[in-house]
Design a protein around this ligand. Sequence first.
Ligand code: DQA
Length: 149
Amino acid sequence: MKPKILILNGPNLNMLGQREPDVYGTESLGDIQIRCQERADTLDLDIDFRQSNHEGDLVEWIQEAGKSSAGGLILNAGAYTHTSIAILDALRAVDVPVIEVHLSNIHRREAYRSTSYISQASDGMICGFGGLGYELALDALANMLNSAK
Ligand code: DQA
């Protein structure tokens, strides 16, 4: 069976393409999902791609990843990155490799975006590469899964 990777997207990421294109680019979240599916096919991974504007959904999906022993988690928590101890706690409660992704380079923006609670529970973070970051995260997880074999 192929390892399953859960790809979770937080608030306002459903607006990609229309939302601040100078910061986030013109790709929609649907375009990014297609990129991920194509990369996952090459890497022989299954993906489950989701988005929610609600913090509790993200917490529940992270718990679900733990219960179903997912092969990995890719998380762009949007603005919850900088505020959510609940999401940090959820990540700490599961034994699943986590890669944090941001489309923009959060360290080159407003100072409040430089702090990430998510980073304290993630294996690595990719930011500043737009939609490509999700593909790089899949590459990283595939590598981690192969070296764990
Ligand atoms: C983001 C960066 C966050 O600061 C912001 O709130 C987002 C998107 C990114 O992908 O660059 O919603 O996570």
